[in-house]
Write a protein that binds this ligand. Structure first.
Ligand code: HEC
Length: 203
C-alpha cells in the first residue's frame, strides 16, 4: 500500500511538471515569444518601435492641430486628456503598454521606475559622450515582460510648454493641472524624456 502511495506521488509530481510546461508554452502566444526560451529581441524591438511611431504621430497631430486652433493654453488640455487616451488606443490596437517618462516630469504619474531612471541617466551620459539621440534605445527582459525605451528629443514646438521661457499666464494655467511640475527649462536638442513600451509574454 505504501509503495502505491509513493508511486502515486511520483505520478502527481510528474503530471504537475508536465502541466507547468504545457502552461508555459500555451501562455506564450505573443508571436515574438512563442515556443522559445529566449524572446526574439529584434522582433520585439520592431513591435515597440512601431507602437512608438504610431503614438508619436497621433500625439503630434493632435498637439499641432490644438496649438493652431486655440494656442498653447488649449493644447495643455490635449496633453492632459488626449495623451492618455491615445496611449490607451495604441495599447489595445498593438497589445502593448506605452507611456512616457522623464527625469523631470510634469505629471508625477509619469515618474520613472528604477530601471527607467537608470536608463534615462544612461541616455544623458551617452549624449554627453557624443552619441546621437535619434539612434539611442535600451531594452530589458525580466522573464515576463520585455521593456523598450527610446529617448524623446526636445524640439522647437515643445518650447512653449517645456522651454526656458514659458509665458507666465500659460505657466499659471499649467500649474493648475500640475502643481508639482518639473518639466520646464529644456532647450532644443536636450533629451526631454523617453517612450517606454512594455510587451508581456503572457497575453
Ligand atoms: C501645450 C503645451 C505642451 C506642448 C506644446 C508640449 N507638451 Fe509635453 N506635456 C504637456 C503636458 C500638460 C504634459 C503632462 C501630460 C500628462 O498629464 O501625462 C506633458 C507631458 C510630456 C511628457 C511626459 C513626461 C512628463 O513630464 O509628465 C513628455 C515626454 C513630453 N510632454 C514631451 C513633449 C515634447 C517632446 C513636446 C514637443 C514635441 C511637447 N511635450 C510639447 C504640455 C505640452
Amino acid at each position: 500500500m505504501r509503495l502505491i502511495m509513493k508511486k502515486l506521488k511520483y505520478i502527481v509530481a510528474a503530471y504537475a511538471v508536465f502541466a507547468a510546461f504545457a502552461y508555459t508554452f500555451t501562455a506564450f502566444d505573443n508571436r515574438a515569444f512563442s515556443g522559445q526560451e529566449e524572446p526574439d529581441v529584434s522582433a520585439l524591438q520592431e513591435k515597440a518601435q512601431s507602437a512608438i511611431m504610431n503614438f508619436q504621430k497621433a500625439l503630434k497631430g493632435e498637439l499641432m492641430a490644438a496649438m493652431q486652433k486655440g494656442g498653447p493654453k488649449a493644447a495643455v488640455e490635449i496633453c492632459n486628456e488626449k495623451a492618455p487616451q491615445i496611449a490607451e488606443k495604441i495599447n489595445l490596437d498593438e497589445n502593448v503598454i506605452i507611456s512616457r517618462t522623464s527625469l523631470k516630469v510634469r505629471n508625477p504619474g509619469n515618474a520613472p521606475d528604477d530601471w527607467e531612471k537608470k536608463t534615462l541617466q544612461n541616455f544623458e551620459k551617452r549624449k554627453t559622450g557624443g552619441e546621437a539621440i535619434k539612434t539611442m534605445n535600451a531594452s530589458q527582459y525580466d522573464g515576463e515582460t520585455f521593456t523598450y525605451m527610446k529617448p524623446i528629443p526636445m524640439m522647437g514646438m515643445c518650447s512653449a510648454c517645456h522651454g526656458t521661457n514659458v509665458s507666465k499666464p500659460l505657466y499659471e494655467h499649467i500649474s493648475q493641472y500640475y502643481p508639482d511640475d518639473k518639466a520646464i527649462g529644456f532647450k532644443p536638442g536636450d533629451i526631454r524624456g523617453a517612450f517606454v513600451v512594455q510587451i508581456s509574454s503572457e497575453n
